[in-house]
Design a protein around this ligand. Sequence first.
Ligand code: HEC
Ligand code: HEC
Length: 329
Amino acid sequence: MKKVLLYVVIALVVIVGGGYAALVLKKPAMNPPSALKVEATAERLQRGKYVFEYVADCGGCHSERNWDKFAAPVYDGRAGVGFVFPPELGFPGKVVAPNLTPDAETGLGSWSDGEKLRAIREGVSKDGRALFAFMPYTHFRKMSDEDANSVVAYMNSLPPVKNRLPRTELNFPVNLMIKFAPQPVTTQVPVPDHSNRLKYGEYLVEMGGCTECHSQLEKGKAIEGKEFAGGHEFNLAGKLVRSANITPDEESGLGKWSEQRFVDKFKGFANMTYDNAPRMNQSNFTVMPWLPMSQIPEEDLRAIYTYLRTLKPVHNPVEVHPPLAPPAQ
Ligand code: HEC
Ligand code: HEC
């Protein structure tokens, strides 16, 4: 009897240990990077700047920003140089948004355009490592081929900045589970029809990270039925803000907002710059990318509004700025 038990235990150890070893060795789903060399046309540089700086806010994560000023504008000359996220954000490990400038040693200078495209839309780094999905590649996989090419053309045009950063190191078991997140993009992704406001608005919302920030998350995903209903807490630099409810709920969301009010809210920040941004304290603390997003053309803001109006209204009153910062942890 004892012997049987021993065999069972050994079998279990072999199965579990084998499974673990297989996970450690597992590579994420990936295709080789494409051999495409992106041509930098004037049109692409302009569109790439728009997507990179204003809509997808790549710069928001991959830059050094001044958290003492409203909405944390990017320090002069530090756009795209990368950023080490502070531990108080509660990530499962050390998370670093790498240097995206074309510096050969510390940035993407030695990457092919195909490797950049694969990282952005498919979540695989140059060396085949799965990227932590806080980098929104699960959304960016819907980025059109042309927009993705434009972003790469724009990234290639950034001034190279030497800024050596550590690498992301995720804790167990996230370091193993993350290998399941990358997925190759195997079909062409056409340019969305800009004249179809609803569809284009949905596209911009997908690129703009609105879902992640404006939903309470569970295991990194929006809680079902509460998408866009706000309440996601950002606890940073000793301050706290909760995202607003942007569903069309009359009382707790944007239900009473006219399209013009929505546009004006964004455009109200259009002349704010690094130099004239007011100080940020608990009462005006925000992580909403107001400065970049205020540069989105009015037509595109209207498209975003059109899409947001079609969401299910969710009643969820949010106190965006609680009166006091929470006690330091
Ligand atoms: C919400 C924050 C966030 C946003 C927005 C974001 N990134 Fe990232 N990005 C990251 C993080 C964090 C990593 C590193 C993940 C890791 O190392 O596992 C990363 C990794 C990358 C990499 C791989 C670099 C390397 O050395 O492996 C590229 C390329 C990249 N991002 C480009 C972009 C572009 C282009 C955009 C906008 C279209 C963008 N990112 C938007 C957070 C972000
Ligand atoms: C990095 C996180 C983040 C991203 C990305 C983000 N938001 Fe926000 N947003 C916030 C937070 C936090 C607030 C509340 C504080 C404030 O008003 O500044 C907010 C406020 C707002 C408000 C003001 C609502 C009110 O009641 O005053 C609107 C409108 C809004 N966001 C729309 C959007 C849209 C549309 C997108 C995507 C295109 C988006 N946000 C992307 C974090 C984010």
